[in-house]
Design a protein around this ligand. Sequence first.
Ligand code: N01
Length: 535
Amino acid sequence: MKNPVSRYDAIIIGAGFSGLYQLHLLRDKLDLRCLLIEAGDGVGGTWYWNRYPGARCDSPSHSYSYYFSEDLLKKWTWTERYPGQPEIESYLNFVADELGLRPNICFGQTVNQCKYIQDQNYWHITTADGIEFQTKYLIAAVGCLSMSNKPVIKGIETFTGSIFHTGNWPKEKINFFGKSVAVIGTGASAIQAIPLIAEQAEKLTVFQRTPNYSVPACNHKLSAETSKKYKKDWRSTLEIMQTSRNGLPWLEGDQSLDEIDEPRRTKLLEDAWKKGGLGFREAFKGTLRNRKSNSIMSRFVKDKIAEKIDNPEVAKLLTDFDHPFASKRPPLDTNYFETFNKKNVALVNLNEQPIKNATPNGLVTKSETFNLDVLVLATGFDAMTGAIEKLGVTGRSGTSINDFWQDGPTTYLGVHVPHFPNFFVLAGPGSPSVLTNMPRSIEFNVEWVGDCIKYLENNGLSYIEADLSASDKWSKDNQKLAHETLFVDAEHSWYLGANIPGKPRLFYPYAGGFPRYKAACNEAKSQDYDGLIVG
Ligand code: N01
């Protein structure tokens, strides 16, 4: 006989930053019967899967924490300016233990079907192992950068060496000593991994399609005194983050570069560069809105990078940028460009030397053969929609989310999708998510979902669903906002879906900034959830 299907009030998919907080809020504040389903065998989400050498966050550690609990803030002490993957994974394990979340998490199960049963208003969930659940509320907390993008290389299945994708890195330590290694890609993940792989590999070949700007991380250990101060000042830090366009613990400078004369301008740029980090991007006003200011900054960064590289031809290849600075999220690096001065490191320009095929021994380009032991794919993600589209979600009248989004994702406030009642997406397309310090926008989204559910429960209502015309307007307005920025000048960026063949080209995250996003949500809430249908 088949086991009875377990029934919950809320099912959350994904045990990263967003899923863990959602579970806590719905279980402990709203007293709902909850289950969190996670594909991995531990918590961490992005920080569980991305364990490649050098994986590190680009938000300062004291800002990359939950702020909903003073107790959690006070109990945890970060050790570095930018936390590395192992430390963030430990932090999320600490949170799961402090909040006693594990009994409500089902590990090692991949959800592959979520079906809305319209006549009874519940969701039927099935995992790849055939386990079934039912729930009234379904929350996708599957992450924005969790569906790996793997390049199609003819004959790759014949390669006898090891292949790793940075976004799905094995738990065991990979030894590169004495090995011939190739890395495909020069995005943020590659920029962090390459210097460390180069320290071990006998030979490292980097295959670059598009060069990337990068700002020095200037990472360092945090002193006990600094950590104490961060804990003491948490309220004022939170206030700044809530006001910042990106949810980061600083505000944009009040002067734009084109308003500042030389030599003061260069001096200020030099000072900001020395501090490093993402604060460099915000050191001046309107870097992503004012073309003239941006071109000054882009030039400065290009020169700074070129200074680090010994070989002028390599320098030219690594700085032949096709987009304005910061129109793609600028990676932070530690010795990335300097690594190309090492004798064991070579750079291949894929635009001149496209990969023709793989063989059992390695890769073949137009004019060269590369014998390899290890191939590292640092080729990014099907961002923002890829992981949601893998869930097999069908809503009202059997509408599939993949079909509904075939011309691009339509959402309301980046959380609700028309035709999908009581389905919520955390950090979804049309929300600020990847343009922010993630924990801030995640906390806002999680609390929004909690408030929606509380509203339904307190008012004896059974569902909440996005209105189609409000969602169309939200999504179209977002495209207009994006076109007021220089983000759209990076034509090949994953923000525009350009890295995935056939993916609709539009701007995926919300482009109006975190404060404006929150104001729009709060306005809708103050008008009895305007733009949403409740019943
Ligand atoms: O991925 P990416 P990522 N053949 O998409 C290349 C966050 N993150 O994992 O630019 C050859 O940026 C591709 O080339 P091109 C951060 O938000 C944060 O590095 O498309 N090459 C590119 O060079 C970041 O933006 C942190 O021409 C191919 C690279 O692979 C996001 O994650 C650290 C190819 C992919 O770069 C994604 O970063 C790491 C192909 N078929 C990541 N397909 C921090 O917090 C792709 N490429 C610091």
